[in-house]
Design a protein. Structure first.
Length: 466
């Protein structure tokens, strides 16, 4: 087999396995506890708690939600979570939710690919201030590269942070409100910036990504002890949509969070308006997860019914009881056994026995000497009959033996249908097909249908061999 063919087969197998194990995924990141002095934010733990509720309300399962909070939210851990949870964990039709709550900021553009000469960043727990820069921050270019690798066509990004304070530096802070933006010595001073979310999805496939940020490019998002206002608005909108059984899109979420923030913030000068970017189609996709059929647990094959159980069930299901007697109930090895059955209704008579240690019943009647098994009403069948050239002897091993008699109006001859040579044959499974239930015709009156009685009769007797 050529190398190209092998590689193609391996690729198909890999894709099949990935799709089989894919799932919807939500990654929720919150940083309120920073290593940098004076950078801590209140209420981030409440943001994460609210977003857990939001993800569950949207239809993500508990097992599909991963959280990085405070000390867990290092740059290394964030990158690893995106790679292992969002890139390798989903298929093309799954939903992906990425959420970040914490500080945003800017650093100088190292790649020189930004018109504003600055990179927007999310500030991680282990971020630190360097010379005219921030170290260990999650850069928009980095996020862009990772987003491109996510297989899903339904990626929703929520960023509760901001990246510029140019328009609000003159506004004094208000008690209980905390801007989600870090300033540091030597940072870029751009006249206008572009949001982290906007830069993160630049150049990516249209209709796949939709991103909603807490604030416009020249505004600051606000946190409080009760949680961040943008996240509070997200929770309010999605919980209400769920209760009203309405869908919610990123476009409608933008409108509802904008109205919520404007209503809740006490100072109009501090109001920040969420910013929506992404393809028009994706911005109007329903954020609620489509319910997938749960994988069925493999069913255990039904326990194979033993011959003893099957014979007992056939006897119990008969329409009437047929007499079945023996010359004794207990036999020593070597004793002679005689079976007698008085036939009340004419039919085809079959008598079988299942001895201790036998895997298959033996057909005693009909047999080599009595092939025709039609017996008229009122007649008696005896085995062995007077003049028969055989006797039935109790043989080891000891235990309980079953003897069953069946009388059917249908032509059933277990001897002819059995297998083996000699006076008696071994019973075949096909022999039981003559004992069937016939459905009753539909009644003319609207009464519950009454099944016809089963037409065959049966009897059973147990004897002990010592």
């Amino acid at each position: 087999m050529r190398l190209a063919t092998i590689l193609l087969l391996l690729a198909i197998i890999f894709v099949s396995v990935t799709e089989a194990h894919s799932a919807n995924r939500a990654l929720l990141i919150g940083v309120g506890d920073y290593q940098m002095k004076g950078a801590n934010l209140p209420g981030i733990d409440k943001d994460i708690k609210m977003m857990r509720e939001v993800a569950l309300t949207l239809g993500y399962q508990k097992s599909e939600i991963k959280v990085l909070l405070d000390k867990q939210a290092t740059l290394k851990n964030i990158r690893h979570a995106i790679d292992s949870w969002l890139i390798k964990g989903v298929g093309k039709d799954d939903n992906v939710l990425f959420y970040f709550s914490g500080h945003g900021s800017q650093i100088y553009d190292k790649n020189k690919d930004e018109p504003d000469k600055a990179d927007e960043v999310l500030v991680t727990h282990d971020a630190s201030i360097g010379v005219n820069t921030l170290n260990n921050v999650f850069v928009d270019d980095m996020f862009n590269e990772m987003l491109e690798k996510i297989p899903s066509k339904n990626v929703f990004i929520l960023i509760d942070a901001c990246h510029s304070g140019t328009a609000t530096r003159s506004i004094p802070g208000q008690k209980g409100l905390y801007p989600k933006y870090i300033e540091y010595p030597g940072m870029p001073r751009t006249t206008r910036s572009v949001s982290f979310a906007s830069k993160s999805i630049q150049g990516l496939q249209a209709g796949t990504y939709s991103a909603l940020s807490a604030a416009q490019d020249n505004q600051r998002a606000q946190a409080s002890n009760l949680g961040s206002f943008f996240t509070l608005g997200i929770r309010d909108a999605i919980v209400k949509a769920s209760k009203g059984r309405r869908s919610i899109t990123m476009l409608s979420l933008h409108d509802k969070t904008t109205a919520y923030i404007a209503k809740q913030l006490p100072d109009p000068g501090l109001v920040h308006r969420p910013a929506l970017v992404g393809g028009a189609d994706n911005n109007q996709k329903n954020m609620f997860v489509s319910k997938k059929p749960r994988p069925q647990k493999p069913q255990k094959p039904p326990k194979k019914q033993s011959w003893s159980e099957e014979l007992k069930e056939l006897v119990d299901s008969a329409a009437y009881t047929v007499s079945a007697t023996t010359n004794a109930r207990s036999f020593k090895v070597g004793d002679s056994l005689v079976i007698t059955s008085k036939i009340a209704k004419g039919g085809y008579v079959n008598i079988v026995t299942l001895q201790p240690g036998d895997n298959v019943p033996t057909v005693l009647y009909p047999n080599k000497y009595h092939v025709n098994n039609w017996i008229g009403a009122g007649q008696t069948v005896t085995i062995p009959a007077p003049g028969d050239r055989f006797v039935l002897k109790a043989a080891p091993p000891s235990g309980k033996a079953l003897i069953a008699v069946f009388v059917s109006p249908n032509k059933v001859n277990m001897y002819e249908q059995g297998y083996g040579e000699g006076v008696f044959k071994m019973m075949s499974k096909s022999s039981t097909r003559g004992f069937v239930v016939e459905s009753a015709p539909e009644p003319e009156a609207p009464e519950p249908p009454k099944p016809k009685p089963r037409k065959y009769g049966a009897g059973i007797v147990y004897v002990t061999i010592k």
